[in-house]
Every structure is written in C-alpha cells, then in structure tokens.
Design a protein around this ligand. Structure first.
Ligand code: TRP
Length: 336
C-alpha cells in the first residue's frame, strides 16, 4: 500500500500591538478566531511591540502591556507548544529584514497609505519615520515566516497589499524568495461598534470608557456599560436600518451565543430592551469569564511568561533567520 503523505499545513501569521487592553470588539472581531486558526493551520502569533513605539509609550506601562498581551494570547487558548508565540522585538530578524525591505519600497507607495495619512494627522506632533515605514516592518513580519495566510481586518488590508507587492518585487528582481501572502477571509467576525455611538467602531482609545468593553472588565462593569448602551425609541428587538444600537447588540449577542438574528428576534418578541440588554450582558460576561480568569493566572506568573517568550523567540528565530540569510545572500552581503 502506498503511503499518502498529508499536505503540509499552510502557515498563518498574525500580530497584535500591545497598545492597551483589547476590547470586546478586538476579541469578537479577531482574537476569538485565532484559536481555531491555530488548530487548522501552522500558526505564528506575535506581540508587535516594535510597531507600538511609533507612538510614545511610557516604559513601565509599555512593559506591562507587552506581558499582558502575551498572557492574553495564552488566555484565549493558544498553546505555545502548538503555535509559535513570540514577542517581535525578541527576534532581531524583524528589524534587520525591515531595514533591507525599506530599500525595496518607494517613498511614494508609503505616502499613499491611508493609515499613515490618518495617524500623521492625529499625532501631528510626532510624525516619525517609523510611523511612515510601519507597513514595511509589517511586511517583514509576514515575509520572514513565509506566511501563506494573514487574517486581516479592513484597516490592515492596504498593508497586506504592500507586503504582497514587496514580496513580488523582490522575487522578480532576484529569484523566488518569499511566499506571496494571501489575506485570510475566514468566518466573519463581528464588527462591533461603540456602545455610545453605534456608527463608530468600538475603540479602546475612545475618551468615553462607557463606549467600549475591555476584555478584562469585571462582570458588574460589563452589565453597567451594556445597560447604558444607546438604542432607539421603537422598543422592539429586530435587526433593521436606523436601529444601529440594537443591531450592534444583536451582533454581539449572536457572536457570543451562536444564535442567528431570526432566532434572537423570535426569542425577544414582545420583550423590551431591558430584558434584551440583560441577556446580552450575561452572554458577554460568560464569554469573557474564562479568558479573564486564565489571564489573571498567566499574567501573575512572570516566570512562565518569560519562559514562553524565550521558547517562542527561539523557534521564531530559527524560521526567520533562514529567510533572512536567503535574502542577504541574494543581495550580495558577505555572510559571516
Ligand atoms: N499592524 C497590525 C495592527 O495594528 C499589527 C501587525 C503587525 C500585524 N505586524 C503584523 C498584523 C503582521 C498581521 C501581520 O493590527
């Protein structure tokens, strides 16, 4: 009998910036899926701390946030023996390849990045070169691991496009070196909107903390925030234009319970927003409870986090350095 060899799993890579505690929106929109992706693909997941210094960070706070995000990756169920879990700055190849790729990226291309244009307006006092070259560092993150797939939200699509362009350019100029990454469009994660202004995306940088739920909010805080969420005066739980507040709560509820909008409408027919909000709060509390509990355990175990990061950096470096060496050789650098 002929042995059938299973096709190797595709590599998927994603990174999260350690810039504050993620919101329910970050969780339902992206992080919740990472565990599934880790099971289906060959996963590499990183804390993108180098990206975070394009805006000023207070050192002690920054250090805590990096550890917290690593603890969060463990808390959502990622297994450091299964996937490569690492902290970007602990793998020098990211900075090294980013510099090299800077020299294969045009000023004009970077100037057209909408996120750069937006951020240079919102941080007008600190439009640094790192902010400008940010997408090149992101391309290095992706290309070092020969990632086939990158799960991206709408705001990162343009950056992935650039990573693809840079990869193709390098491959054409020399010879095939980089896998050209594809966007991973998976199960639609919820696009969670602000609880106070449901026309805006939920954001942890919103000055009004009632507008967002952080993944580590305590149950009573979650209840209060959902209770004060903006709705409408119609009083019936149904998904429709002009009912953005209710639509948003329905999306959150659907994502936490697996129910469809039709089922939710049927379950709450004849009931008021008070009942519905109580149910949404309960579902969100139960969704986040195990994550918060595991996070508390991991984030207090500094020795374990250090060990996970060290092991991850070593595994990541092995893959990344292989790509970096290839690149350097092709360009003509003298290797040690
Ligand atoms: N720029 C991404 C964000 O802000 C984070 C990120 C950095 C990333 N490097 C990446 C995402 C590589 C995917 C792949 O969300």
């Amino acid at each position: 009998m002929e042995a059938t060899t299973a096709a190797p799993k595709k590599r998927i890579l994603s990174c999260i910036q350690p810039s504050g505690i993620p919101t329910l929106g970050n969780y339902l929109g992206a992080l919740k899926n990472w565990k599934t992706l880790a099971d289906e693909f060959d996963g590499a997941f990183a804390v993108a701390d180098l990206h975070a210094i394009t805006v000023r960070q207070e050192p002690a706070q920054f250090r805590k946030q990096i550890n917290d995000v690593l603890a969060l990756l463990l808390a959502i169920g990622l297994d450091p023996d299964q996937s490569i879990l690492f902290i970007q700055s602990q793998v020098p190849a990211h900075s090294q390849l980013a510099w090299i790729l800077n020299c294969y990226t045009q000023f004009g291309e970077m100037s057209r990045m909408t996120q750069f244009k937006d951020k240079s307006q919102s941080h007008a006092d600190n439009v640094n070169v790192g902010l400008f070259a940010y997408p090149v560092l992101m391309a290095a993150d992706i290309l070092l691991y020969q990632a086939d797939l990158v799960p991206v939200g709408a705001d990162q699509k343009q950056h992935l496009e650039i990573a693809r362009d840079i990869a193709q350019r390098f491959n054409t100029l020399y010879s095939p070196t980089f896998t050209v990454p594809e966007p991973y469009i998976g199960k639609q994660g919820a696009r969670v909107m602000s609880l106070q202004d449901p026309l805006k995306k939920m954001s942890k940088s919103d000055p009004n903390p009632k507008s967002y739920i952080s993944v580590f909010d305590a149950p009573d805080v979650i209840s209060k925030k959902i209770k004060s969420a903006v709705t409408d005066s119609e009083g019936s739980v149904r998904f429709a234009d002009g009912k953005e507040g209710i639509n948003n709560l329905m999306a959150i509820y659907a994502c936490c319970t697996g129910l469809t909008n039709e089922q939710i409408e049927a379950d709450f027919a004849g009931k008021g927003y008070g009942d519905f909000k109580a149910a949404v709060a309960e579902a969100v509390i139960e969704e986040l409870r195990p994550i918060r509990e595991r996070y508390e355990r991991y984030s207090n175990d500094k020795a374990y986090l250090k060990e996970v990061a060290a092991q991850g950096a070593e595994r990541a470096s092995r893959v990344a350095n292989r790509t970096l060496q290839k690149v350097m050789k092709k360009i003509g650098f003298v290797l040690p």
